[in-house]
Design a binder for this molecule. Structure first.
Ligand code: ZN
Length: 110
């Protein structure tokens, strides 16, 4: 995938994520349910919204980082080992910063 295509896809992902984050942070239902969560109920609407927000925020960070790597001319290289990230992986996840091996190592560390 060339950098122009990658940038276009990342830009539209970023717009999409910004929209989701706006919706999630401004969700009136979530705000109302939060007091129920404080009262001690289990997995509420607010918890789910918060979980989705966490995912969206970390995804957004990955997309922003990927755009930065395009600017730096290192997009498509694994940030850990420097080997090229396979094309198919970038197709599926344009924001991927690591090759599959380094990613699974990273996930085990968590
Ligand atoms: Zn790697």
């Amino acid at each position: 995938m060339d950098h122009t295509t990658a940038r276009e896809r990342l830009d539209s992902m970023l717009a999409e994520l910004d929209r989701s984050i706006r919706v999630l942070t401004g969700e009136p239902v979530a705000v109302r349910e939060r007091s129920a969560a404080d009262a001690g109920s289990d997995l509420t609407e607010a918890d789910r919204a918060q979980a989705m927000l966490d995912v969206a925020v970390s995804q957004r960070r990955a997309v922003v980082n990927a755009l930065r790597r395009i600017d730096d001319g290192v997009y498509g290289e694994c940030v850990d080992c420097g080997k090229p990230v396979p094309e198919g992986r970038l197709e599926a996840r344009p924001e991927a910063a690591r090759c599959v091996q380094c990613q699974s190592k990273q996930e085990r560390r968590r």
